[in-house]
Design a protein. Structure first.
Length: 255
């Protein structure tokens, strides 16, 4: 039976099991492409898609932002909503001199972050915490002269990034926006930071089997179509990102 015909008769859950098994076997539980290439990965994810992370296409829209940090490497990264540690561990590997503080409310997620930190020998760089409040975030921001926030908190971004204080003025922020959960939260954040930051809206890109045309992924092109589609599926609605970079100080005078 050909792959297309087989897919017609395969329940969705079984398709997922098959795809994850194939992905784990062929990648050997290592990220094979993207900015975190070579990162060892645990056997599951928390609250997000698993296979796209291993093949290296997960949130590829953010790759240029991450690449740009090579020019001004962050000293401290505050990762709010760390899931199983994709960004916390990936960024710790990318920037060995950087400290990463990661908050994850789900206990299983914190366990996986700890496990993945050990797998990748970055435990000393990463501090793992539980639930993050606005006060928790402000406290850490005010401790460090130069920090970067990366945030995915399923709609709580509006509460956490309350800009009534000036603590965020010199902080670079990359935040996923969940307007479908909290209507208008993206606009509120844009309005809050428009005077202090340059804001770029990053739209989600449609995934296609052409993603497997990359040299590192081409060998998977022979797999059944439903497997390729599931490998790419990030299980997301219309979520987009805001990249907020601090504007130069208005008090700076060049002499």
């Amino acid at each position: 039976m050909r792959g297309r015909e087989f897919a017609k008769y395969t329940p969705m859950g079984f398709k997922t099991i098959i795809t994850e098994w194939i992905t784990k076997r062929t990648t050997r539980n290592q990220v094979i492409d993207g900015p975190f290439k070579g990162m060892a990965y645990p056997g599951k994810s928390v609250g997000s898609a698993y296979c796209p992370k291993l093949i290296g296409t997960y949130e590829k829209e953010l790759f240029p932002v991450i690449a740009g940090w090579n020019d001004h490497q962050p000293e401290v990264i505050l990762n709010v909503g760390g899931a199983e540690g994709y960004y916390a561990v990936g960024l710790a590997r990318a920037y060995p001199q950087c400290k990463v503080i990661v908050w994850e409310a789900v206990h299983k997620g914190r366990q996986l972050i700890s496990a993945m930190s050990r797998l990748n020998d970055v435990s000393a760089q990463i501090e793992i915490r539980g639930f993050c409040s606005h006060e928790n975030l402000i406290e850490e921001v005010e401790k460090h002269d130069k920090c970067t926030i990366i945030m995915d908190v399923e709609g709580a971004e509006g509460e956490l990034l309350d800009h009534k204080v000036q603590s965020f003025d010199n902080v670079e922020i990359l935040v996923e926006i969940h307007d479908e959960i909290i209507k208008g939260v993206g606009k509120k954040i844009i309005d809050r930071f428009s005077q202090s930051h340059q804001i770029t809206k990053i739209e989600p890109q449609k995934r296609s089997r052409e993603d497997f045309d990359s040299p590192l992924l081409y060998r998977w092109r022979f797999l059944p179509g439903f497997v390729l589609d599931k490998m790419l599926d990030e299980k997301r609605g219309y979520n987009y990102w805001l990249h907020c970079r601090p504007l130069p100080s208005l008090n700076f005078i060049e002499v």
